[in-house]
Design a protein around this ligand. Structure first.
Ligand code: DGT
Ligand code: CA
Ligand code: CA
Length: 575
């Protein structure tokens, strides 16, 4: 119950890092890294799979790693990891937490400069010795100096929604099973499906005499309870995520849910509206004088304020209250509206699934088409496709389509946008594909003017269909690159192409604000899994949540359309 996929993934990543610092076998390191990535992306709790042979069959896991997962799930410990932690000094391990410091750089510092702690590194920087090493340019050195100076700054980190969910959903199930508990909701940013979550706001109600707070204190994922009373508790979960629990009376549950779902700005706007109508809104209910006129359900609160119920994803005070007042809220896209996925990888480049496996997975999700968009041969992607291999993949797709009933595979590629805005494959090759997804995978640090010009130039190419993960951000790892987004949206619009909402749990790119801006400009979206394994089609769910936060309706989404229409729209994007 208490070991989650993210714990296992973190442990595997740490093993990969520590092995790499020790200069261990590259294959072994890579196996751990891939396993971490796979485990993190699995839609099911892996701990529930350990007692069957199911785990071994997950592509990229295999027998050895599945044994380790079982060991960790059952004992909460991993002998290999503990051994590595004893072998690699703690000072060296702390270096890994510094910005841009991977095992390769840590190893270089250790071997060339005998740096084995933060203090050693600070001294080496001050003495000007670090600049002699390859890969430690002036920008990185300045960054390291700054973060060594800040020390551990104490501001709590926000967790990606998907990571928070791995703790929040088991917690929800546990609380729902506590005797006497009738309702459990996790409110706050989590319910609004914000891309990152600062803490969990848990609301409970139950029959009188229930003691949910005591049950909470017994929950194995609770690391620390910092405050506990009869109706409130606060503390921190084992993954570092803080929580706030409140027990509220059933007649106030809807009002409390409304209040604690937020956002703060949405709540303030709503309370102002109540005041204007001579009412008072609080977490206890909507009152006229001392009489409660609504509060048991959230719907009743909105209704008595003259509003349609507002989906939590919209509650950011970005116009949703005005729209609810006119009863003109958008009908938001849902997962079941998606009919296909236009960004999927296979073993042909850096994926784990064969063409057939990815198709089978897509069918399970009730999709009727996918585009195979393996990477073009370029930077970093060892197995990227060149024109010849792409041609052969096309033949395999034709053969497969000949056998499939009620499902179609489109031919595509994810093509690198080179530093100067050229594409990594020639137009003649791209012209033979159905879908051309273009993306930035390098030179993230270009100044805004150059980054913008680079992407605009790529969008000029005649066969481009979709700009993938347009901001380049990776939650907790990489900020969006500097970009004049309005110009990119204008260009995509003028060109009749599409912007992607990438559903990978750590990308969620575009973000909500840009999705809304793109839709208002008339640009359509491709909600994509960017799956690199058959399980990762589940990323579509995250993509849909994100799109909903940007007010997307199914009309705004390319892959919510039937294949024939998608083909027509893709052709329309061509020059
Ligand atoms: P987070 O936790 O940083 O990801 O974001 P939230 O939105 O979950 O914020 P949180 O946990 O501080 O508070 C949960 C909700 O409670 C928030 O969305 C609205 C309500 N709330 C909290 N503090 C205030 C406040 O000072 N004023 C008002 N009006 N509402 C508040
Ligand atoms: Ca919160
Ligand atoms: Ca909170």
């Amino acid at each position: 119950m208490s070991i989650h996929n993210s714990d296992i993934a973190d442990a595997f990543d740490e093993i990969g890092d520590l092995l790499s610092i020790q200069g261990d076998n590259a294959f072994r390191i890579r196996a751990y890294r891939r396993a971490a990535q796979i485990v993190r992306g699995l839609p099911r709790q892996i701990a529930e799979m350990v007692d069957s042979s199911e785990l071994e069959q997950v592509p990229g896991i295999g027998q050895d790693l599945s044994k380790k997962i079982a060991e960790f799930s059952k004992t909460g410990r991993l002998a290999v990891l503990e051994k590595l932690r004893r072998q690699v000094p703690s000072g060296v391990r702390e270096l890994l937490a510094l910005p841009a410091m991977g095992p390769v750089r840590v190893r270089a510092l250790m071997n060339s400069l005998h740096v084995a702690s933060r203090a050693d590194l600070a001294r080496a920087l001050a003495a000007g010795r670090v600049g002699e090493l390859r890969g430690f340019g002036p920008v990185l050195r300045a960054k390291l100096e700054r973060s060594l100076a800040i020390k551990s700054s104490g501001t709590p980190e926000r967790l990606p929604l998907s990571v928070a969910a791995q703790y929040a959903e088991p917690l929800r199930r546990y609380l729902a099973g506590v005797a006497g508990v009738e309702r459990v909701e996790i409110a706050g940013s989590y319910r609004r499906c914000r891309d990152t979550v600062g803490d969990l706001d848990v609301l409970l109600s139950g029959s009188p005499g229930t003691e949910p707070i005591a049950a909470f204190e017994r929950y194995p994922d609770v690391r620390e309870v910092t405050a506990a009373g009869s109706t409130r508790a606060a503390g921190i979960l084992r993954n570092g995520l803080p929580f706030d629990v409140r027990v509220v009376p059933p007649e106030s549950f809807g009002a409390a849910l409304q209040y604690f779902t937020g956002s703060k700005d949405h709540g303030i706007h709503l309370r102002r509206r109540a005041q204007e109508r001579g009412l008072k809104l609080s977490e206890y209910g909507l009152f006229r004088g001392t009489k409660r006129i609504a509060g048991k359900t959230e719907e009743s609160v909105y209704e008595r304020l003259g509003l349609s119920w507002i989906a939590p994803e919209l509650r950011e005070d970005r116009g949703e209250i005005e729209a609810a007042d006119r009863h003109a809220l958008p009908v938001l896209i849902e997962r079941a509206d998606l009919r296909g996925d236009l960004h999927v990888h296979s073993v042909a480049s850096d994926g784990d699934g064969s063409l057939e496996e990815m198709v089978a997975a897509a069918r399970k999700w009730k999709l009727s088409y996918i585009a195979m968009t393996d990477h073009s041969k370029y930077l970093g992607i060892v197995r990227g496709l060149d024109a010849d291999r792409l041609e052969r993949q096309g033949e395999a797709i034709d053969a497969l389509n000949g056998r499939l009933r009620g499902f179609t595979v489109l031919k595509g590629a994810e093509v690198d946008i080179l530093e100067d805005g050229r594409l990594a494959l020639p137009d003649a090759v791209l012209g033979r594909l159905d879908v051309v997804v273009i993306a930035v995978h390098s030179h993230f640090g270009l100044p805004e003017a150059r980054q913008t010009a680079r992407i605009l130039r790529a969008l000029e190419r005649p066969h481009v269909s979709i700009l993938a993960h347009p901001s380049g951000r990776v939650l907790g790892e990489r900020e969006p690159y500097a970009l004049d987004f309005d110009r990119v949206i204008d260009a995509v619009h003028a060109r009749g192409c599409f912007l992607e909402v990438n559903g990978q749990p750590l990308r969620l790119d575009l973000d909500d604000i840009h999705i809304k801006a793109a839709i208002e400009r008339g640009v359509r979206l491709s909600i994509a899994s960017d799956a690199h394994a058959s399980d990762q089609l589940a990323n579509l769910e995250g993509g849909v949540r994100q799109a909903r936060r940007g007010w997307a309706r199914k009309e705004d989404v390319l892959n919510a359309r039937p294949l024939a229409e998608v083909r027509r729209l893709l052709l329309g994007a061509r020059r």
